[in-house]
Design a protein around this ligand. Structure first.
Ligand code: CP
Length: 311
């Protein structure tokens, strides 16, 4: 297909054809990434700016590495040491980056809609690296890439996503992506952390993890945002872990050789036990590697033009 998009803001406005094209491009990118010498001149002369207003290890570093492998100049703005700390608005920060002639801006921000706001005012491409509780499209893409790498096409397979669905942009983007690709998705968590509106996405909702697990090909644990306990959304970590934590015993209930995913960072022995996190079924490190491949694909598609990627 001919790539038309300037920005990657959310899975919800992407077509299945676009998603498939990204996954196909990421396969080529992964082969390049696994080479002993992984440096191409493809994006020489292009500049990519990381603008992260929230903490990140995986997403920020993988975007930086992805740009570098493709030969782009990548710059990460340390927001705490930038003029944001003097009160500069997102609008003025964005215009300043544009004046430096950046080709692509990667943004993570606590406000839902911030990536769209940036995309509307910038000529440069914009990739949403997580905006509030709204979307984390590159995470959903690396998740489906990992699932299909291990299990083949996911159409008709069953994925259970368990945890704090309410506050999770990862759950939202995954729900959009998986249902577009014909996957049977069940979202699980305590009643206070699973909003009923999510059923509108064509996914199943339940509060009973043990009842949801039989037949699951993939079980994805979400990070429990520990600050939510203060808001009274769940009574205690112990009870949460008892009802919704992934343990080896509980995983047997799938009745299959299921795989386990977690977007990270993990709260070990809260939403996922040590033995599950470190088991062969857990593809958590593979998700991180695939995150670089997906982000290489997206950077290439947005600013690579029609050049041949393999030098
Ligand atoms: N999964 C994810 O977004 O991780 P980081 O917060 O470390 O980027």
């Amino acid at each position: 297909m001919k790539w038309q998009r300037k920005d990657i803001l959310a899975i919800e406005d992407m077509s299945v054809e676009e998603i498939r094209h990204i996954l196909h491009t990421a396969k080529v990118m992964k082969e390049i990434l696994m080479r002993p010498i992984k440096k191409l001149p493809t994006l020489k002369g292009k500049s990519v700016v990381n603008l992260f207003y929230e903490a990140s290890t995986r997403t920020r570093t993988s975007f930086e590495m992805a740009g570098k492998v493709l030969g782009a100049d990548t710059t990460s703005i340390a927001v705490a040491q930038s003029s944001v700390s003097k009160g500069e608005s997102l609008y003025d920060t964005a215009k300043t980056i544009q004046a430096m002639r950046a080709d692509l801006v990667i943004i993570r921000h606590s406000s839902s809609g911030s990536a769209k706001f940036l995309a509307d005012i910038l000529d440069a491409g914009v990739i949403n690296a997580g905006d509030g509780q709204h979307a984390h499209p590159t995470q959903a893409l690396l998740d489906i890439f990992t699932m299909e790498e291990q299990l083949g096409e996911m159409d008709g397979k069953k994925v259970v996503i368990v945890g704090d669905v309410l506050h999770s942009r990862v759950a939202r983007s995954n729900a959009w992506c998986l249902q577009k690709l014909g996957v049977d998705v069940t979202l699980v968590g305590p009643p206070t952390l699973v909003p009923v509106e999510m059923a509108g996405l064509g996914v199943k909702l339940t509060h009973d993890l043990d009842g949801a697990l039989p037949g699951a090909d993939v079980v994805m644990a979400l990070r429990l945002q520990l600050e939510r306990q203060q808001s009274g959304l769940f009574p205690s970590l112990r009870e949460y872990s008892h009802l919704y934590g992934l343990t080896t015993e509980r995983l047997k209930k799938t009745g299959k050789q299921s795989i386990v995913l977690h977007p990270g960072p993990m709260n070990r022995n809260v939403e996922i036990s040590d033995d599950v996190a470190d088991s062969v079924e857990a593809l958590i490190e593979r998700q991180v590697t695939n995150g670089v491949a997906i982000r290489m694909a997206l950077i290439y598609l947005l600013i690579g033009g029609s050049g041949n990627v393999v030098a």
